[in-house]
Design a protein around this ligand. Sequence first.
Ligand SMILES: Cc1cc2nc3c(=O)[nH]c(=O)nc-3n(C[C@H](O)[C@H](O)[C@H](O)COP(=O)(O)O)c2cc1C
Length: 322
Amino acid sequence: MRTRFCDVFGVDYPIVQGGMQWVGRAELVAAVANAGGLGFITALTQPSPEDLVAEISRCRDMTDKPFGVNLTILPSINPPPYAEYRDAIIESGVPVVETAGFNPAEHLPAFAEGGVKVLHKCTSVRHAVKAQELGVDGVSVDGFECAGHPGEDDVPGLVLVPAAAERIDIPMIASGGFGDARGLVAALALGADGINMGTRFVATVEAPVHDNVKRRLVEATERDTELIFRQLRNTARVARNSVSTEVVSRLAAGGAFEDVRDLVAGTRGRKVLEVGDLELGIWTAGQVQGIIHDIPTVAELIDRIVTGARELINDRLAAVVR
Ligand SMILES: Cc1cc2nc3c(=O)[nH]c(=O)nc-3n(C[C@H](O)[C@H](O)[C@H](O)COP(=O)(O)O)c2cc1C
């Protein structure tokens, strides 16, 4: 189970754990690295660039394998010091960064000079093509199914991935809605070189979130997500709960961001993950929860996906063309 993604990014398996606010910490990322995948520490989960450096070093204590850092660049009135986080990533000697949220052009010269490979995550063919032109080393294309920000085009992976594959020559990862061997095989068939998963990794033993959140992902169906901020053109797919449905209805009734600001506060969402009260705030989850049925260790999960994909290709698919 090797693709050119593995060769370019120096990992055993073409399985990526994308950046996840409050979840992408050393414990999870090291577990993904030790299992042969590519995990990303989430830079902005750390309160300062210095804390990020400490988190990277904590992760190094838990694994000898390569791992990366996610830098999510989102428009904001008081932006975090992105350049300082970027420099912390470079100075820490991390081999790869996952950029997301915005055009990474401004940061690419520094990453190139520092020898840091860039995997840019985006939600449309045009943005993937743009990133390729800018010289990134790989792209992740995130379909409408995904947890977090799917963009505003509403194109699911079944179309987005092959459409992007027609235009992308560098290694490409399919993202959004992937959770098992079937997804990996499908992604490869659609023209991708591997998969990125978020929600599936939250429901693992090592994910540093409350067990109630993991159990909820097992219980929830593919219908139990909500798209918030549609009217603000900053759509986010999150778990359905009393808070997310209230946000949807206030905005649908003509409300402005001010009318939901308290409900969507990041501090409330963080608390959900920490204390396990699922109604405390907004928390991120994708439609793939409908096919998550257990809480394995990361090693079990990755082994299951790789072994299952081999079987699927050699048995079920080979039988179809025999
Ligand atoms: C709890 C959670 C938090 C996330 N936070 C971020 C983030 O801070 N930055 C980012 O680029 N993507 C974030 N994502 C998106 C994931 O990296 C990934 O692109 C997405 O989960 C893929 O869709 P899936 O959940 O269907 O696998 C988050 C996803 C989850 C589940």
